[in-house]
Design a protein. Structure first.
Length: 302
């Protein structure tokens, strides 16, 4: 009997290992190995014109820390990330509140809101390059016809407009993710909380601040973290639309790393930029989890 139990325990452990090990190996190959290799490259000299690798220690980092382009790119990355995340969360929350109401065509409206998130990034980039074009863009034509501007606006080519146009374009595509998350949380709020608030004399605005917002707090903080990480690493849409221009006005850290790797052909320094990005995000995540604990969500009135 004991032998039978031991055999069952061994088979159970083998079955558990058989299900866990492939996932762990996949995670190691897809995630941890590239991260480790990138960190290793940041300490060596590696170019596209030579297979040789020579250890240089911290020279890549010391070179970067003296480069104004690094700090300028970091500043633009922060502006782009903060602007995009704030715009996505504000617009997403407003749209989720509207979609949470019952009205005719509700399912169609929800489907249309999700549509931008499903579009390929290259499609979004090319469409907005056409819409916001200075010479023949539809947005400029409308602004001129309505006499809101006297001259066409160079949205993606102007030094003062480019970064904000990129922020607006990115927010248009990724606000849908915020809408989905906030809408799911709104539908989980107990309706009796609103009934109790209205019986106490609270109006719609008071209900929002006393019931809705406290229940959305943890979701909004989690969205800020996730969207912040994704926007800080955003490369494709920026590169498709502006390539980091004009005059590096939209060159964020990912675009800066790409330029060093594939225009200057210095993979070691590019890896150092990526490692710095990783450290910035790791530090931001540590601060987030220190200040906010997502596992301790307090549901009002539960």
């Amino acid at each position: 009997m004991v032998l039978g139990r031991n055999r069952e325990d061994v088979e159970r452990r083998i079955w558990i290992l058989g299900t866990i090990v492939p996932a762990i190996l996949l995670l190691l190959i897809v995630s941890y190995f590239p991260i480790t290799y990138a960190i290793f490259l940041s300490f060596v000299k590696k170019t596209a014109f030579s297979p040789d690798i020579s250890w240089v220690g911290l020279k890549n980092y010391l070179w970067l820390l003296t480069e104004p382009d690094l700090w300028d790119s970091l500043g633009r990355s922060i502006v782009f990330t903060v602007g995009s995340v704030l715009l996505q969360i504000v617009c997403g929350m407003v749209m989720a509140l509207l979609l949470n109401r019952t009205f005719r065509g509700q399912n169609l409206a929800r489907s249309l809101v999700i549509l931008p998130y499903l579009l390929p990034t290259i499609v979004v980039g090319l469409v907005f390059k056409w819409l916001l074009n200075q010479d023949y863009g539809a947005i400029n034509q409308v602004l001129l016809q309505w006499k809101l501007v006297e001259l066409p606006i160079n949205f993606f080519g102007g030094l003062n407009w480019a970064i904000y146009s990129i922020i607006a374009t990115t927010s248009w595509q990724y606000t849908s993710f915020v809408v989905l998350m906030v809408l799911a949380r709104l539908q989980a709020i107990n309706p009796k909380l609103y009934e109790a608030a209205m019986v106490s004399g609270a109006g719609p605005i008071r209900c929002f601040f006393d019931v809705t917002l406290p229940n959305l707090k943890t979701t909004l903080f989690l969205l800020a973290l996730l969207r912040g990480i994704w926007m800080f690493n955003k490369f494709d849409l920026i590169y498709i639309i502006t390539g980091g221009g004009p005059l590096q006005a939209t060159e964020t850290l990912p675009v800066y790393a790409y330029r060093i790797a594939f225009e200057d052909f210095n993979f070691g320094r590019a890896a150092a930029v990526c490692t710095i990005m990783f450290l910035v995000l790791a530090l931001g995540s540590l601060i987030y989890f220190k200040l906010f604990d997502p596992s301790k969500e307090v549901e009002v009135g539960r």
